[in-house]
Every structure is written in structure tokens, then in C-alpha cells.
Design a protein around this ligand. Structure first.
Ligand code: XUL
Ligand code: CO
Length: 436
């Protein structure tokens, strides 16, 4: 097998290293809170951006220089890409990857032909997984690129397209089973609307609930036991996606009896498009027991779309890891780099720089979060803030032992509530800065 990247395996060299092709923080075997960094972070490389991204944007064609790719839709090209991908992931030391069905194998003229192409590539993926030990974090299906899905897939107005989508997911689940995927993602693709004048929202959302229940039934039937994830995103491509944020997704999952089988895959840039922070979305999912996995990336404050840039901001990764540690980690989910190099970074080596930076930012975020937790000061301050709920009237309210009438009696007798205490916003922000 030829070497497609003229790069040695990326090693940990420590914070003082000036080598751009080395890790300064990600030290896979280093133990943090009793687990190795490798186990905490479970890094995953995405096939769609890293091996299929061309660097095109709405204003111009692709710029990416990928000498191994002949640009054709041939199976040969697809199989060669598999070898490139595994060489890349092996050299990077990423234990996981993720793909959509159409990322790895060309779409044929019929579904039967697409399935045949997929089978041929899955065979090679499986061999490469066995050779390297790299595993599939999650599989998924592309139900948004082809024109048949212009009105959506599970939420389409065209029942035949719903049937096509069901058959496509059936096959994708068989692939997830075959490759031992730890999870299977449903990102809403074109499930949403541009205009409520032509949309029967109830019918569309009922159909989405029905579709995902059929997916669960089929997974049970074939014995696929991976976790299902919904990936919230508020807009793009439609102006209103049904899975708009963590709260909307959890409400949907409850309404359609899907919470046993589904968790959420929270993506940073989607959180910010929804007007939330990543920490908010993680906290919301975590407190509901629905935090599954994350798509790690970042947007650009000055661009209004899903730019999917690699994360380098230590504040962001520290907040992300603080919340993830609070809810007991991500496994069997992971930190999946749903991120792309920017158009100007067109050389293959840029793929390494981008991932190394993202992995280091997360490793550093993990260490900062663990230090904050070990110190315990933030926790103590939080507990103190809610101390009124740990005894007396607060404890009784929490235990369900009070009513409006008894509370009226209580406060009438007391006269005025106990005085408020400062929220100490600035002090807390300064406290976090101490660990960075
Ligand atoms: C789209 C997005 C997807 C999902 C998988 O914004 O994030 O790539 O992660 O379908
Ligand atoms: Co994503």
C-alpha cells in the first residue's frame, strides 16, 4: 500500500514542543480523573469533510488538492479513498470515524445499485477497521443531497420518497451492524420547512415519529444495539428545522416514545445557530439524561452560517469538557470532528494541522475542566448559592411538603424573605481564568 501522506505518526511531545506536527496536550495514555485521555475524548474523524470536502463555497468551486482522488464517481476511487482515510486516521491516532452512506460509496442509478456499491466499499472498510483497530463511532445516511429529498425525507409530502428514505435507512442500519458502529445518527437534513403556507406540520412531525419508530423496530429485528442519536440544528438548509435544539428534540422524543433508544448528538455550531452556547445545549441534554455524543467544531462570530471550523478556543473546550465530565463522560459516544479545513487551507497537510489543533484544544479543555473540578471551589460556590434549598422551607418545598396555602402562611408570618446574596458574576469569571 503506498503512503499517501508524507508524515510520520503524530506523537505527543509536550507543551514546550515547537513541532507543528506533534501534540502538545493530547497525551493519549495520560490519566485524568482515573481514565486515559484516549478513553475520555474518543476522537473521531468525519469522512464527509475530511475525505469528500472540496473547499467549494457558495461563491466558488473547490480548491482542495487531493492527489489520490481522480474526481470520478468510480468504485476504484472510492476504495482508494478508504485506504487514504485509514492511513490518515492511523497516523493521527484517532480511534474512531464517522460517515454517511453516500460519503463512502457512489450513489447508483437505482437504490439496488447504490446498495451494491455500498456493500463493495463496506467490505474494504471492515478490512481496514480490522487491520488498524479503528472503529466506527457512528454511521448515518445522506437524505439531503439528492433532489428526491427536496421536500424532506421522513417529513416529505411525497409518500414514495418516505418509502425510499425508509429503504435507505434500512440499508444504513445493516451497514452499522456489519461494521459494529457504536451509534447511528439521525441529523434532520431537509426535515423542516421554508413556509408554513404549504406545510402540514402535524402530519410531517407525526411521520418523523413514525419513521424513527420503524428504525428502532428494524434495529431490534436485526440485533443492532448501537445508540441512536438525533443531532439538533435550528436552520440550514431549511429556514426552520424540526430538530431545532436540544429542548425541541427531547420533547419530540418523549412525544413519540423514543427516549429509551435515543440520545442527542450535540454540535457546537448548531448550538450557536440556535442562539445557545454549546454549554447550554450540553447542560440541557445532560440534566435530562439525554447527552450522548458531540460534533466538535465552531462557527465564526462574523459569519452567519454553519462554517464547521475546527475548534481551537480553550474557553469553549474547557466549558464543553466541564459539562461532559459533570454528566459522566460520553462513551459510547465521542468527540467527533464534524469540521472542515477552510478553503484557503487546500493542501493535504492542512488536514493534519486542523485535527492536531482540535485534539490539543480538547485535551487542554479536559485538563482545565479536571483542575476546576479537583479544586472544588466552583462547586462549593454553586452549592452555597442554593443553600436555602438544603434545609428549612426550601427542603420542604423540594420534598413536596408545601402548598400555596402553607407558603402563604409561612411568608406572612415571616414578613420579608431573607435578603438576596450577590451572584458574583465577575468573581466567577475571574475564577475560571485562573485555570486557563
Ligand atoms: C450538518 C451536520 C451533519 C451531521 C451528520 O450540519 O452536522 O453532517 O453531523 O449528518
Ligand atoms: Co454534525
Amino acid at each position: 500500500m503506498p503512503d499517501y501522506f508524507d508524515v510520520p505518526a503524530i506523537a505527543y511531545e509536550g507543551p514546550d514542543s515547537k513541532n507543528p506536527l506533534a501534540f502538545r496536550w493530547y497525551n493519549p495514555d495520560e490519566i485524568v480523573e482515573g481514565k486515559s485521555m484516549r478513553e475520555h475524548l474518543r476522537f473521531s474523524v468525519v469522512y464527509w469533510h475530511t475525505f469528500r470536502g472540496t473547499g467549494s463555497d457558495p461563491f466558488g468551486v473547490g480548491t482542495a488538492h487531493r492527489p489520490w482522488d481522480d474526481g470520478s464517481d468510480s468504485l476504484d476511487n472510492a476504495v482508494r479513498r478508504v485506504h487514504v482515510a485509514f492511513e490518515f486516521m492511523e497516523k493521527l491516532g484517532a480511534p474512531f470515524y464517522a460517515f454517511h452512506d453516500r460519503d463512502v460509496a457512489p450513489e447508483g442509478a437505482t437504490l439496488a445499485e447504490s446498495n451494491k456499491n455500498l456493500d463493495a466499499v463496506v467490505k474494504v472498510l471492515k478490512e481496514e477497521q480490522q487491520r488498524t483497530g479503528i472503529q466506527l463511532l457512528w454511521g448515518t445516511q445522506n437524505m439531503f443531497s439528492h433532489p428526491r429529498y427536496m421536500h424532506g425525507a421522513a417529513t416529505t409530502c411525497n409518500a414514495d420518497v418516505f418509502a425510499y428514505a425508509a429503504a435507505q435507512v434500512k440499508k444504513a442500519l445493516e451497514v452499522s451492524l456489519e461494521l459494529g458502529a457504536a451509534g447511528h445518527v439521525f441529523w434532520g437534513g431537509r426535515e423542516g420547512y421554508q413556509n408554513l403556507y404549504n406545510t402540514n406540520m402535524k402530519r410531517e412531525i407525526d411521520n418523523l415519529g413514525r419513521f424513527l419508530n420503524m428504525a428502532v423496530d428494524y434495529a431490534d429485528k436485526i440485533g443492532y444495539k448501537g445508540v441512536f442519536y438525533i443531532e439538533p440544528k435550528p436552520k440550514e438548509p431549511t429556514k426552520h428545522q424540526y430538530d431545532s435544539d436540544a429542548a425541541a428534540c427531547i420533547n419530540f422524543l418523549r412525544a413519540y416514545n423514543l427516549t429509551d433508544r435515543f440520545k442527542l448528538n450535540i454540535e457546537t455550531n448548531h448550538a450557536t445557530l440556535a442562539g445557545h452556547t454549546m454549554m447550554h445545549e450540553l447542560e440541557y441534554a445532560g440534566m435530562q439524561g439525554m447527552l450522548g455524543s458531540i460534533d466538535a467544531n465552531t462557527g465564526d462570530m462574523l459569519l452567519g452560517w454553519d462554517t464547521d471550523q475546527f475548534p481551537t478556543d480553550i474557553y469553549l473546550t474547557a466549558q464543553t469538557m466541564l459539562t461532559i465530565l459533570k454528566y459522566g463522560g460520553l462513551a459510547p459516544g465521542g468527540v467527533n470532528f464534524d469540521a472542515k479545513v477552510r478553503r484557503e487551507s487546500f493542501e493535504p497537510i492542512d488536514l493534519f494541522h486542523a485535527h492536531i489543533g482540535g485534539m490539543d484544544a480538547f485535551a487542554r479543555g479536559l485538563k482545565i475542566a479536571a483542575a476546576i473540578r479537583a479544586d472544588g471551589e466552583l462547586d462549593r460556590l454553586l452549592q452555597e448559592r442554593y443553600a436555602s434549598w438544603d434545609s428549612g422551607i426550601g427542603q420542604e418545598i423540594s420534598a413536596g411538603k408545601q402548598s400555596f396555602e402553607s407558603l402563604e402562611q409561612y411568608i406572612m408570618a415571616k414578613g420579608n424573605p431573607a435578603p438576596n446574596v450577590s451572584g458574583r458574576q465577575e468573581m466567577l469569571e475571574n475564577l475560571i481564568n485562573r485555570y486557563l
